[in-house]
Design a protein around this ligand. Structure first.
Ligand SMILES: *[C@@H]1O[C@H](CO)[C@@H](O)[C@H](O)[C@H]1NC(C)=O
Ligand SMILES: *[C@@H]1O[C@H](CO)[C@@H](O)[C@H](O)[C@H]1NC(C)=O
Length: 527
């Protein structure tokens, strides 16, 4: 599965109750989008206070717009910020900026995985064949990956650049349970599967394969055969696995058994630690008292949050390498772990099969280069929609003042505290939010950049016209567009720093970035 498909599988669409009930606060767009911003009439009065940096916890709007596409402010594009960190970067044809980012930052990347291939079952049910589909979409793409595979020199710094490994992703697509069964029980078909992939790798001179399948735990024999053949040819195999989640005990067990089965012979395991909530958000809990009988008490109310909490990264590394603490005094189970992951006592059994240092030395922790933007509805205790306006940042000339930014964030927090009986609710599913989306929002709105502590992700609140083009009559009879209040979470270099720190502290080998084309150059400044 691609992360997109994993995402869509996980979508738990908000209950239609809210789709019906949350008539969005009908703010007239034009009143709030007070842009283009006032242009520096008083540039001499510009605040001399400590300037915002691209790399601070709260990079300002204008700093991001000015620097996120450019080279690092210090050092070369090609010097790793974290020596010893193994870095795999995915490049997808649908986020083509990644091709250039991979070249501009190749000195910081060990392996590039172009997302080009699927493996599909084919032929007569009595004799299955497995066909490899895809390849470099154009000759340009073929030249691109060969350039990365060859040693090079940075023209400005004369720094010599090591070859980058090219290991395309092969994804098993359209497989039925029957296809898996055939593959497992028929030697000839198994051989065909392996050789189809090997043939492509040899012809194209790749350095290995990233294999993604929704049923890795069931495929020990074919994966081992593929791994053996690749190793014979001096090539490598990375396997992709879903993350452990606190509410999916059964799938956690399958993931862990895949780790136990496959970790002895694959070269690396990429665990997809992103989309902790995904598009569907999470079930809403509030500490506040909700009046008896309020519609807010009915089921299915959802809320939003960051893409990847840091603690979740840590738990995944610990869980996969068999290091979660087992406390047999607690129901013969595991203290804290049941809560953290919903594991059953059988975690102890799986744990016995895991070799922590072996797994850690192969673990590439998924790092999202994107976030989500969520349409938010504000409701009072009676579930009546309220109009709430997003907070804004200081006037343009003070946008780079750290003190001014802090003042505006404080003001926003005070305002939020004062409306403690108006709640933000996810009004419909969220959408992925990339650097291009961020740039558009920053150009279009004077947003305040804020930060979520648990994930180190930044977020901005803004208004955006509804996709369905809904309008509303103004008093003068003309139509005004209706806007969603939106909150968008996104990673910045400071988020990347925290994630990498967490990965290294947990003892994993490195990171796998999904995907290079989504995040903008600035994320690579931190890698
Ligand atoms: C803020 O700093 C950036 C450079 O970091 C600069 O390009 C931008 O113009 C500054 N903005 C203002 C309003 O001074
Ligand atoms: C460094 O990266 C920037 C983009 O962030 C690019 O414009 C520049 O050409 C790169 N320089 C080198 C030497 O790769």
């Amino acid at each position: 599965m691609t992360p997109e498909e994993v995402e869509s599988e996980q979508i738990k669409t908000p209950k239609s109750f809210w789709q019906r009930q949350v008539q969005m606060a009908s703010v007239q767009l034009s009143r709030w989008l007070a842009l283009p911003a006032i242009i520096i009439a008083f540039s001499l009065l510009r605040s001399q206070a400590q300037a915002q940096s691209l790399y601070s916890e709260y990079p300002s709007r204008s700093t991001i717009l000015a620097g996120a596409d450019g080279p690092p402010l210090q050092g070369s594009n090609h010097s790793k910020a974290n020596s010893g960190l193994d870095v795999l970067g995915y490049v997808t044809p649908w986020n083509p900026a990644g091709y250039q980012i991979a070249e501009n930052y190749r000195g910081r990347i060990n392996t590039v995985s172009p997302v080009w291939y699927t493996v599909k079952p084919d032929g007569d049910p009595s004799f299955r064949r497995y066909q490899v589909h895809g390849g470099p979409p154009t000759d340009e793409d073929a030249l691109w990956y060969h350039r990365l595979q060859a040693p090079a020199t940075d023209n400005t710094t004369r720094q010599s650049l090591a070859p980058v490994k090219i290991m395309p992703r092969f994804q098993l697509e359209e497989w039925t349970p029957e296809d898996y069964r055939t593959l497992l029980s028929h030697t000839v078909e198994g051989l065909g599967f392996t050789e189809a992939i090997i043939a492509e790798v040899m012809t194209r001179e790749y350095d290995g394969v990233v294999l993604e399948t929704g049923a890795a735990w069931a495929l020990r024999a074919p994966v081992q055969a593929l791994s053996d053949r690749l190793h014979e040819e001096g090539k490598e195999l990375v396997i992709v696995l879903p993350p452990l989640r606190h509410d999916t005990a059964e799938s956690n067990q399958l993931i862990l058994s895949a780790v136990t089965e496959l970790s002895p012979f694959v070269d690396a395991i990429h665990v997809m630690t992103y989309d902790h909530l995904g598009q569907g958000g999470a079930l809403w809990h509030t500490e506040s008292e909700i009046p008896e009988g309020s519609a807010l008490q009915s089921e299915g109310v959802r809320t939003f949050g960051p893409n990847t909490p840091l603690e979740w990264i840590e738990r995944n590394v610990e869980g996969m390498s068999g290091q979660l603490e087992v406390d047999s005094s607690m129901f013969g189970g595991i203290s804290g772990v049941d809560q953290a992951f919903g594991f059953h006592a059988s975690y102890a059994d799986v744990q016995a099969g895991l070799s922590p240092s072996n797994v850690q030395s192969k673990l590439l922790v998924g790092v999202a280069a994107y976030g989500y933007t969520y349409p938010v509805g504000w409701l009072d205790p009676a579930a009546k929609p309220q109009i709430v306006l997003p907070p804004s940042s200081p006037i343009h000339t003070k946008d780079n003042s750290t003190d001014e930014q802090a003042k505006f964030r404080r003001k926003a927090e005070e305002k939020e505290a004062a409306r403690s009986d108006v709640w933000p609710i996810l009004a419909k599913g969220g959408d992925p939010f990339t650097f291009n989306d961020l740039r558009e929002v920053l150009r279009g709105s004077k947003v305040l950049v804020r930060r979520d502590e648990d994930s180190g992700e930044n977020y901005v609140d803004y208004l955006k016209a509804r996709e369905d083009g809904a309008t509303q009559k103004r008093p003068d009879g003309t139509e005004a567009p209706i806007a969603w209040y939106r909150r968008a979470y996104f990673p910045s270099p400071s988020t990347m720093n925290l994630r990498i720190e967490t990965v290294q502290r947990a003892g994993a080998r490195g990171i796998a970035i999904w995907d290079l084309g989504q995040g903008g150059s600035w994320l690579m400044h931190a890698v």
